[in-house]
Design a protein around this ligand. Structure first.
Ligand code: GTP
Length: 538
């Protein structure tokens, strides 16, 4: 166990070091940028230029442990021996990712998440509370890669059913659950809110070996939360603190402190970091799940089942006298929650991707096409994170358009903002190359539109071979500028094979035709991509 923990720690170490190295877009591949939660928090107050989008994130999740089953004997005047009435432990909470439209990136996430521990069972056959679920909201388009642990699974949104009287906590002895396994199927139906009213023993884990007695209205109770080697302890339930306090304590103070400890361990021992990262990438299971619909829920770590109380064991399993003690002590401990290591990656989902050099007018075009209101300014790299707008046609056909930060020549060598944002157009159906017709006009020292196109195509191909074969069109922007008409004619002469739309995004001229062009491209059965050979530069 210790060795495994150490191995896990070593694996997490590269995370901190990479996360610390600004800027967020530095690097490529899966080792590129794993933002830290604190960085994300800082980012909210930082000036725009320093603000970065956290679109890759490492996360370690552990389901809450199941609560222990209670061993308790109810004695009365007529029954001196006592009748077993210890309740089952509650199930541990799950760790869940929830897809949300209102979240942009992973900056609000925590690297470590853990479900709440299930409450221990109590006498009078009262089941322990269900541990609280931990829910983290992630943006639409989140892709999950699994480094280690169980495959995550989507939660099925079942309608809340009417409460079955037999599900009421305290009615566990009527459950028809199998007697041979710890299958708390019946317990799963219990709502933590109901059992939360019941009070659970705080010190039922440390009362072994002592036997105290107390009277309650209905009789005397002998109970304990079981661990191997237990003996019955008699406790007065009214003296115990509320279950929620115990959850907190159980979770943060006493159990698995190492789970949280490694936050501080990230910085030390950089040796072998690269090997670890390489090894991690080798073991990585890519795209085990994708969050594409708002409201979707993915369980990434499951809470452990609660242990069985002696009432259930005695009634349903009827162990022989010789094995009774052993069986009770074995079945009454709650199961551990599952543990996973994940890498979350954000790949925005859009139908059309706008690509262009900085200042070409992509954001202005997005706001002309849709109701999106991205940041627009006459300096380069105004856009630091992808913006997505929705373009709706008369027949209610809707197209999502993504504007990503500007690319420059050499982006694959990390110039400008690098390639990191291209993942957001990886899944688009159509590419729209936005070219600035006025880049060289009126004494400006930019590059001519056909060269802009050549640079963009080269960069896209560096990022992913074949990406530019996707259906494409060209937006020749800033047609309103003096001399832009000639530039447009020259562009048409030099670039063959793809439709070119002259547009003035700022005045929305040519935008209706562009909308039709995009629609045609989406519907086209044989659309064309861009071929570098069909661009004449010299
Ligand atoms: N004359 C003219 N200027 C335009 C037009 N479209 C955009 N601009 C201007 O060009 C400048 C850059 O526009 P943005 O939309 O921010 O360009 P961008 O491509 O998103 O820039 P980055 O965020 O750096 O990638 C702004 O000053 C706009 O006002 C246009 O059609 N005509």
């Amino acid at each position: 166990m210790w060795r495994r923990q150490q191995a896990l720690l070593r694996r997490l170490r590269p995370l901190r070091t990479v996360a610390q190295s600004p800027p967020p877009w530095a690097g490529g591949g899966l080792g590129c940028y794993y933002g830290s939660a604190s960085e994300g928090r800082k980012a909210k107050t930082a000036p725009l230029q320093a603000r970065g989008m956290v679109d890759k994130f490492r996360m370690r999740a552990k389901g809450g442990d199941g609560g222990s089953g209670c061993v308790s004997l109810r004695r009365s005047r007529s029954d001196r021996q006592g009748r077993p009435d210890g309740g089952n432990g509650g199930k541990g909470g799950d760790v869940i990712l929830e897809c949300s439209r209102s979240i942009w990136d992973f900056s609000g996430l925590q690297h470590h998440m853990r479900g709440g521990r299930g409450g221990n069972g109590v006498s009078k056959n009262q089941i322990g509370t269900r541990g609280s679920d931990k829910i983290a909201q992630v943006p639409v388009g989140t892709v999950i890669h699994l480094v280690e642990g169980e495959q995550p699974s989507f939660a099925v949104n079942k309608p809340t059913r009417a409460l079955d009287p037999w599900d009421i906590p305290g009615a566990a002895e009527h459950s028809s659950a199998s007697s041979n396994q710890i299958d708390n199927a019946g317990m799963r139906g219990f709502d933590g809110g109901l059992s939360r009213r019941h009070i659970s023993p705080e010190h039922n884990t440390d009362g072994y070996g002592t036997e105290k007695e107390s009277n309650t209205q209905s009789g005397k109770y002998l109970h304990t939360c079981s661990k191997p080697g237990f003996s019955n302890t008699d406790c007065d339930a009214r003296t115990y603190p509320h279950q929620e306090d115990m959850d907190e304590k159980g979770q943060t103070e006493s159990e698995d402190e190492e789970f949280w400890e490694d936050e501080d361990e990230f910085d030390i021992d950089k040796e072998g970091e690269e090997e670890e990262e390489e090894e991690e990438e080798q073991n990585l299971q890519y795209s085990v799940a994708e969050m594409t619909q708002p409201g979707q829920r993915l369980i990434i770590a499951r809470g452990g089942e609660g242990g069985l109380g002696n009432a259930f064991i005695m009634k349903e399993m009827r162990p022989s006298k010789a094995y009774r003690q052993e069986k009770i002590s074995r079945l009454s401990s709650g199961q551990s929650g599952t543990e996973t290591f994940l890498i979350l990656e954000l790949k925005s989902i859009a139908d059309v991707g706008l690509v262009g050099l900085p200042n070409a007018g992509k954001s202005t075009l997005l706001s002309a096409l849709s109701r999106a209101q991205p940041e627009i300014a006459d300096y380069e790299f105004t856009t630091l994170r992808p913006n997505i707008g929705s373009l709706t046609y008369e027949d209610y056909f809707s197209v999502k358009v993504a504007d990503i930060p500007g690319l420059i020549k050499g982006a694959h060598e990390n110039r400008g903002l690098g390639h990191a944002f291209l993942r957001h157009i990886e899944r688009t159906k159509v590419l729209a190359y936005v070219l600035d017709l006025a880049a060289t006009l009126n004494g400006r020292k930019g590059i001519p539109p056909w060269e802009q196109l050549q640079d963009l195509v080269t960069e896209l191909e560096h990022y992913q071979e074949g990406l530019t074969r996707r259906p494409s069109l060209i937006v020749a922007n800033k047609i309103d500028e003096e001399g832009a008409d000639e530039m447009y004619k020259e562009l048409k002469r030099r670039v063959q094979g793809v439709p070119i739309f002259p547009v003035c995004a700022i005045l929305q001229e040519g935008v209706p035709d562009l909308r039709i062009g995009l629609r045609n491209l989406m519907d086209d059965s044989d659309p064309q991509g861009i071929d570098l050979r069909k661009i004449t530069v010299h």
